[in-house]
Design a protein around this ligand. Structure first.
Ligand code: NAD
Ligand code: MG
Length: 395
């Protein structure tokens, strides 16, 4: 490491993880500077971020809005150059000047730029779990070939990473199982008979975390945990049967590792994503994150319960998908993205999300994906199937 500051590309800088990342970076201006900030379409938010962080590039997926942003930045005297293309997202992730990339786009849309960062050997801070669920072994192979470092940002996976031995070669020899904690979301105690009437507003009101809408719905169905089980499998090379989920409503223990001698190591903290983000940015060092400290004197009880499969049928799809042929986890992810979008658009009931995911997994036959283009084609194929299932549900 040199003494110079690190140049960071923040993919999805206007989102929940993106803004938390910029919050941590702003606490350490001597250590981190923005190289590129990117968003789907939020001109106002990206404009403000560009004036504050002065990145070399800003990328908007929407070309018309990119033009608007560019004009506004010029008028404000900013030197930030505005780009607008899918390729631009990959370019600002793989540029030689870039030290670290925060992958915080939501959904499979983040796969290509995350892979570009992995191939270019960057320090890759992975919040975008869908990219790994879709990319699977191909994604991990790109990380190895690129020779960079993959640092998990999902709080559970950061907790596991912090609990594991430093040397990845020791993981398989020492670890018995990984225990991912789950809050249980807003409907942990709601009468399952009323889940059909859940509104997007209710599903997005998470008890412990403020997050983007897609992950909030996933937390309410526990599909978020299903995706995280798959994420843990790929990140830590852990067999599916060695990954367990337990509901821990207080979200204080962020996850645990049990070793062969039955010793359990856990990571604790207040539920604040700036902690895993700060760790990803500074690893193996530790920097101030802005999070409040746990107050053990007032913490009260930490409780645990097994997830109820009748209330959360989607959780089991993780293990089912990992048993399937290569690409099955990508199919599950695509179906879930379509189902969640339909629910948020009020075209699908909350309790039908699982039906779409299950039906799409059952219906789709596909050939083994061998490269990024194959994965993107499989993602598109699964989306078409899931859209058809959504229409069938609406009939
Ligand atoms: P969000 O919806 O708040 O933000 C998403 C960001 O991605 C925004 O900047 C948006 O403009 C951008 N974006 C969306 N679609 C895009 C597209 N097609 N092309 C380019 N940019 C696009 O989401 P979030 O809650 O910040 O989550 C981001 C990722 O991090 C997700 O994969 C989520 O699962 C993961 N994650 C989030 C949290 C959390 O606390 N929010 C915790 C763990 C993991
Ligand atoms: Mg998580």
């Amino acid at each position: 490491m040199t003494d110079r500051f690190q140049l960071v590309t923040v993919l999805g800088s206007t989102g929940s993880i993106g803004t938390s990342t910029l919050d941590v970076m702003a606490r350490h201006p001597d250590r981190y500077r923005a190289f590129a900030l990117t968003a789907a379409s939020q001109v106002d938010a990206l404009f403000d971020q560009c004036l504050r962080f002065q990145p070399r590039f800003a990328v908007l997926a929407d070309p018309v809005r990119a033009g608007v942003l560019s004009d506004r930045l010029r008028a404000a005297g900013s030197a930030t150059e505005v780009l607008a293309s899918a390729q631009a997202l990959c370019d600002v992730s793989a540029a030689p000047e870039v030290d670290a990339v925060m992958a915080a786009i939501v959904g499979a849309a983040g796969l290509a730029p995350s892979l570009a960062a992995a191939r270019a050997g960057k320090r890759l801070l992975l919040a975008n779990k869908e990219a790994l669920v879709v990319g699977g072994d191909l994604f991990m192979a790109a990380v190895r070939q690129g020779g960079g470092t993959l640092l998990p940002i999902d709080s559970e996976h950061s907790a596991v990473f912090q609990s594991l031995p430093d040397d990845p070669a020791a993981w398989a020899m020492r670890v018995d199982k990984i225990v991912l904690t789950a809050s249980g979301g807003p409907f942990r105690e709601r009468d399952p008979g009323t889940l059909a009437a859940v509104t997007p507003e209710e599903a997005c009101a998470h008890p412990n975390w403020v997050m983007g809408r897609k992950i909030s719905v996933d937390s309410a169905t526990m599909m978020n945990k299903a995706l995280e089980v798959i994420e843990a499998h790929y990140l830590f090379g852990m067999a599916p049967e060695r990954i367990e989920v337990v509901i821990h409503p207080q979200s204080v223990i962020h996850s645990m590792v049990q070793f062969h001698d039955r010793s359990v190591v856990a990571q604790l903290g207040t539920p604040d994503m700036r902690v895993p983000i700060a760790y990803g940015l500074s690893w193996p060092a530790r920097i101030e994150s802005g999070a409040a400290a746990l107050d053990f004197a007032t913490l009260g009880a930490l409780t645990f319960q097994p997830p109820d499969p009748a209330r959360f049928p989607g959780l089991g799809l993780a293990w089912e998908a990992m048993k399937g042929p290569t690409g099955t986890t990508a199919v599950l992810n695509a179906a879930n993205e379509v189902a969640v979008a339909a629910f948020l658009d009020r075209r699908l009931r909350f309790d039908q999300i699982h039906r779409i995911n299950h039906a799409t997994l059952q219906a789709l036959t596909f050939s083994k994906p061998d490269c990024l283009d194959d994965l993107l084609a499989l993602d598109a194929q699964a989306r078409t199937q899931a859209q058809a299932e959504v229409l069938r549900c609406a009939c």
